[in-house]
Ligand binder design. Structure first.
Ligand SMILES: [Zn+2]
Length: 354
């Protein structure tokens, strides 16, 4: 594969982007999308502006890269993030090229893009289920990096086997029958990471802020103007389900690891990454003195022990965040780039094994 030959030298662009992301230019772009009625682009852009959402841009600069982005991945992800149509999809819309999986064709580049992201069966770029597994894998790798204990089922032919350790409880299904609910991953000892509960179940979920309804593009939960709406909705849904499954149990909780396709991560996801980074910093530099731990003088302390801890914490946090964001943009870019490549119809199980 040629992908490793083209490692993106992102320094200049990164600088320009961090400037862009934090400056008025960014707001101006959002306003332009709103004014021109392009709420799809506005929603994607707003998600991209969330804390950590652009961590993939800088992560690719590090020598230590378990996941690399090809130049094509990078360019596609960048255009997607900024709400700009992809040239291959514009051409597909002009030519009415069929989706490589289901054969549908669409009137615009954005339709193709959304279709690529909501396609549940596998296209040549992968499926929704495949992307979910890739994000989960990145969470698993983050736990390994930080040295945090976890259990997760292995994925065989696209299906994760549900190990007893991840079993949360039972929930009511249709017709009133109860069925087992499994989390994606479990962290059995999170008090060491600052959680109140010892056992924390993780539920990974990748959410679109844009959908296709009867072939019409729709912005979900007013995502063009209400940042994080899609995530709040997902978390409310899942929290209800897990509350039912865990009824009456103490010392256990669920972390909904929700991330939007644009990159916004829910606060519970941020909390997990922060806890992992702090855990690693404690392990390497030793726990912080009590006053620093409470946030007093943490940022501007001259105490070398506090400074060392801070350095490891910041570096680890940005690396873990980068890892998850790279996984996200890589899977999204591949699905968008390859949506029109013919791909044999296959069963759900086979579809997610890619
Ligand atoms: Zn399709």
């Amino acid at each position: 594969m040629a992908t490793t030959q083209y490692k993106w030298q992102a320094r200049g662009l990164q600088k320009a982007l961090s400037h862009l992301a934090h400056a008025r230019a960014y707001n101006a772009l959002h306003k332009k999308y709103i004014d021109t009625g392009d709420r799809i682009a506005a929603a994607t852009l707003l998600s991209t502006a969330a804390p950590g959402a652009l961590a993939w841009v800088t992560f690719n600069d590090l020598s230590h890269k378990p996941v690399t982005l090809s130049r094509d991945d990078f360019r596609t992800a960048m255009r997607f993030s900024l709400g700009i149509d992809l040239p291959n999809l514009t051409v597909a819309a002009e030519n009415q090229t069929a989706c490589g999986h289901c054969g549908s064709s669409f009137p615009s580049a954005k339709h193709y893009q959304v279709h690529a992201l909501v396609e549940q069966g596998g296209s040549a770029g992968g499926s929704m289920y495949g992307s979910h597994n890739i994000i989960l894998k990145a969470v698993e790798k983050a736990a390994i990096d930080a040295g945090v204990a976890y259990s997760v089922g292995t994925t065989v032919q696209g299906r994760r086997n549900q190990i007893p350790d991840c079993r949360v409880g039972t929930i009511a299904g249709p017709g009133g029958t109860r069925h087992e609910k499994f989390a994606d991953i479990v962290f059995p000892d999170m008090t060491a990471c600052g959680y109140r509960a010892q056992r924390v179940y993780g539920d990974t979920t990748l959410r679109n802020v844009i959908g296709l309804h009867h072939n019409n593009l729709t912005v979900v939960h007013r995502a063009h103007s209400r940042p994080g709406g899609a995530l709040q909705h997902a978390v409310a849904e899942k929290t209800k389900m897990y509350d039912e499954a865990m009824r009456g149990r103490l010392n256990e909780e669920v972390a909904i690891l929700a991330i939007e396709t644009g990159g916004r991560m829910h606060s519970q996801f941020h909390r997990l990454i922060t806890a992992f980074a702090r855990f690693k910093a404690d392990k390497i530099a030793g726990p912080l003195p009590a006053n620093a731990r409470q946030g007093v003088a943490y940022n501007d302390s001259t105490d070398p022990a506090v400074k060392a801890h801070r350095a490891i914490y910041v570096r680890t946090k940005s690396s873990l965040m980068g890892r998850i964001q790279v996984a996200r943009v890589k899977t999204i870019a591949e699905r968008i780039m390859r949506i029109t490549i013919p791909h044999p119809r296959c069963t759900r199980n086979e579809a997610v094994s890619h």
